[in-house]
Write a protein that binds this ligand. Structure first.
Ligand code: C5P
Length: 218
């Protein structure tokens, strides 16, 4: 009998720069999960739009996503504030979301055999992409803390931007992500809230680990 192995699925949603990516990475490493920062895909599409403005259409994006490898998303150019802002604009386009949707579903439900499951973070993961996730988290922090974290990250990447500009851009992105009609950012009732404002990375990780271990009896 070919019985399919039960996989562990973790869904995380969060506003920009709340620390979800760092946490999701640590959790994925600890539980050996296939990890995807879904924001990177929208950033990748935004990058395509800026780099190939004349070629940019649904067909072009579809072909790029079809051959997309996780290593293509490891690119510091995708981290700039300009790309983040453009990503929040293109992420409102229904047809583009559909292309990304299929990629994410496949990633979440068919991780390579060597992994125990998958972990995805983004804006609509808990209710659109993995509605049946074993664990759902909504990770947040106050907007000034998030802006400061993102500012420090951008500075470490030698990006030329002020704290004030980062704060403004994060506020704009929040407004757009929370209020858009398609797949807005929200905390679902069945997601556990983790506020990282006054917590260290380690403390956040341990908090989440405790919740997961309690349920999976490690
Ligand atoms: O997470 P990150 O800041 O890299 O995401 C960039 C933008 O991509 C977000 O502001 C949001 O508009 C969009 N996004 C989305 N759905 C996701 C992940 C990101 O619409 N699942």
């Amino acid at each position: 009998m070919n019985k399919k192995k039960k996989i562990l699925k973790i869904a995380i949603d969060s506003p920009a720069a709340a620390g979800a990516g760092t946490l999701a990475k640590a959790i994925s490493e600890h539980y050996n999960l296939f990890y995807l920062d879904t924001g990177k895909i929208y950033r990748f599409i935004a990058y395509l739009k800026i780099k190939f403005p004349k070629k940019f259409n649904n067909k072009f994006v579809k072909s790029k996503i079809k051959t997309l490898k996780i290593k293509d998303l490891i690119n510091n150019d995708l981290l700039s504030d300009k790309i983040g802002t453009e990503a929040s604009i293109i992420s409102k386009i229904k047809t583009l979301r559909k292309i990304v949707h299929n990629f994410q579903i496949n990633f979440a439900y068919n991780p390579p055999k060597k992994y125990n499951g998958s972990c995805l973070d983004g804006r609509d993961i808990t209710y659109n992409i993995i509605p049946d996730a074993d664990f759902k988290f909504y990770i947040t922090a106050n907007v000034k803390t998030r802006a400061l974290r993102r500012y420090k990250e951008l500075k470490s990447l030698k990006k030329n931007i002020s704290y004030k500009e980062v704060l403004k851009s994060i506020k704009n992105r929040d407004k757009s992500d929370y209020n858009r009609k398609i797949a807005p950012l929200k905390k679902t009732k069945d997601s556990l809230l983790i506020n990282t404002t006054n917590l260290s990375k380690r403390a956040c990780f341990l908090k989440i680990k405790k919740i997961i271990d309690r349920k999976i009896n490690i």
